[in-house]
Ligand binder design. Sequence first.
Ligand SMILES: NC(=O)c1ccc[n+]([C@@H]2O[C@H](COP(=O)([O-])OP(=O)(O)OC[C@H]3O[C@@H](n4cnc5c(N)ncnc54)[C@H](O)[C@@H]3O)[C@@H](O)[C@H]2O)c1
Ligand SMILES: O=P(O)(O)OC[C@@H](O)[C@@H](O)[C@H](O)[C@H](O)CO
Length: 475
Amino acid sequence: MKPLLSNQLFTNKSNRPIKIIQFGEGNFLRAFVDWKIEQMNQIGFFNGNVAIVQPLSNGLEHLIQKQDCLYTVRLNGFQNGEKINTNEIITCVSSITNPYQNFPSFLDLANDDDARFIISNTTEAGIQFDATETFSMDFPSTTFPGKLTQLLYHRYIQNKAGFILIPCELIEKNGEALKHAVLQYAASWKLGEEFINWIHLENTFCSSLVDQIVSGYPKMQEQELWDTFGYTDHLMVTAEPFHFWVIEGPSWIEDELPLRKANLNVIFTNDMTPYRNQKVHILNGSHTAMVPPAILANLETVEQVMQDKDLSQFINNLVQNEIIPTLQLPRNQLENFARSTLERFKNPFIRHELKSIALNSISKFKTRLLPILKNNIEQKRNTPDYTIFSLASLLFLYKSDSEERQDDEQVIAVIEHAWQNPETLVHTLLSNSNIWGEDLSSLEGLEESLQTHLNNIEQFGLREALHHLLAKTEV
Ligand SMILES: NC(=O)c1ccc[n+]([C@@H]2O[C@H](COP(=O)([O-])OP(=O)(O)OC[C@H]3O[C@@H](n4cnc5c(N)ncnc54)[C@H](O)[C@@H]3O)[C@@H](O)[C@H]2O)c1
Ligand SMILES: O=P(O)(O)OC[C@@H](O)[C@@H](O)[C@H](O)[C@H](O)CO
C-alpha cells in the first residue's frame, strides 16, 4: 500500500493569502478552477490560495482534510495534435470548511481582508431561493445563496469591502441569478436597505461560462495510477486538456485575476451570450441527445458513441442539419466549434460515462435541445427528426426504472403514468406544460413525428429504428 498524499509526503506547499472562497468541492471546480489558480501561482502572477466551503452536509470534507487539501489533476488527451498526459499535484487549496459542522469557522472566512473572490459550482440545482427559511446567524441556511447571504452579511457588518463573485453553474446568466437569489434572501430576512445597497455597490456579480470535459475520479485505473505516482490519492480527478472560461463583467477584473497573463484560455467580455449558445447547444446538446439512444444501444461511454458508425452519424447529422442552422454566429465559426467538439468526444484517454451525463435528462433536454426543436419547426426548416428521435429514445428509456433514469420524481411519475396508455402517450406528454414550461402539442408535425419514431423503436428496436432515420436523411 502506497502512502497517502499529504503534507508529510509533499513538503513543497506554499503559504499564500486566501484570495478565493469557493463554494463546492466537486470534481469540476477542483480540475477547472483550482488547476488554473495553481498555474497562475506557479508563474508568480497571483499568489493566492483557495478556501473551499462544502455546500451540502455530505461531501468530500473528510477526504480532503485527510489529504491536507492536496490532490492530483490528470490532463489526458490531444491538444493541437499533440498527446498530453500530465499529472499535477494541486497545492493552492488551503482549507475546507463544512458549515454544518462548524458554522463559526465558515463565517470567519468573511473576516479575511485578502479574500476577494467567491467562485462556485453547486450544479444546476444549487442557485435556489427558499422563501420558507428564517434568518439566523447561528446555523447555516439550507441553500447555497442563503449561506452566501449569511457570509456577505457577516462581512458587511464589519464594514469590509465586498467580493467579486464568479459562479460557474451551467445556468443562463448565472451571475444575475445568484445576485437575484441573494437579494431575495436579504429582503425576506429583512436585513435592511443599507445591506442591500452594500450588495449592489460593493460587490460585482459576473456571469460565466465554463467548458472542459471533466470525467472525474479514474476508478478503473486507480491502482495503476497510485503505483505510478508512488502515493495513494482518493481525490484524483481526470479532465481533457482543453479548457475555456468566458467571464462576463467589467474589464478591470482581469487585473485582479490574471488568468490570460498565465496563457490560460479565458475570455473577459461584456456579452457571453454567443459563446454560451454555441457551447450549450452544440456540445451539451449533443451530449444530451446521444445519451438515450446510446444507452438503449447498450453503449457506456461518449467515446464508444463516436466509434459507433450509426450513432456518430446520428450526432453529426443532428449538429449539422438541426443545431447549427439555428445559431446566430458565422457558419464557419460554428463548423469549427462543432468539428473540435466531436474530436474532443473521441478522446480515447478519458472514460466519460453516458450515465454521468444522463442525470436530469428531461431538464437538460429542455434547455439544450427544445430551443433547437422549436426553432426548426417555427422557421419551417425540415422536421428536426434527429432531435425528435432523441426525445423518443428518452421517453422509451424513462418507460421503466433503470440505473440511468435519475430525474425529478414528479417528472418520472408523469412519464410512467402516460406510458400506461400508449395511444395517448405522445399528446399527453407534449401538452404537459409542467414538464416543458409550455404546451408543445401544437408545434406543427411534432406529434406525428414523435409517434413515428416511438413506434419504430418499439417495433424494430433502437438500431433498426436508427437505420430507418439515417436512410431517410440520405435520400
Ligand atoms: N464534469 C464536467 O465535465 C463538467 C463540465 C462543465 C460543467 N460541469 C458542471 O459542473 C457541475 C458539477 O460537476 P462536478 O463534476 O463537479 O460534480 P460533483 O458531483 O463532483 O460535485 C457537485 C458539487 O455540487 C454541490 N451540490 C450538488 N447539489 C447541490 C445543491 N442542491 N446545493 C448546493 N450544492 C450542491 C456538491 O456539494 C458538490 O460540491 C455539474 O452540474 C455540471 O453541470 C461539469
Ligand atoms: O455536467 P452536466 O451533467 O450538466 O452535463 C453533462 C455534459 O454535457 C457536461 O458535463 C460537459 O461535459 C461539459 O459541460 C463540458 O464543458
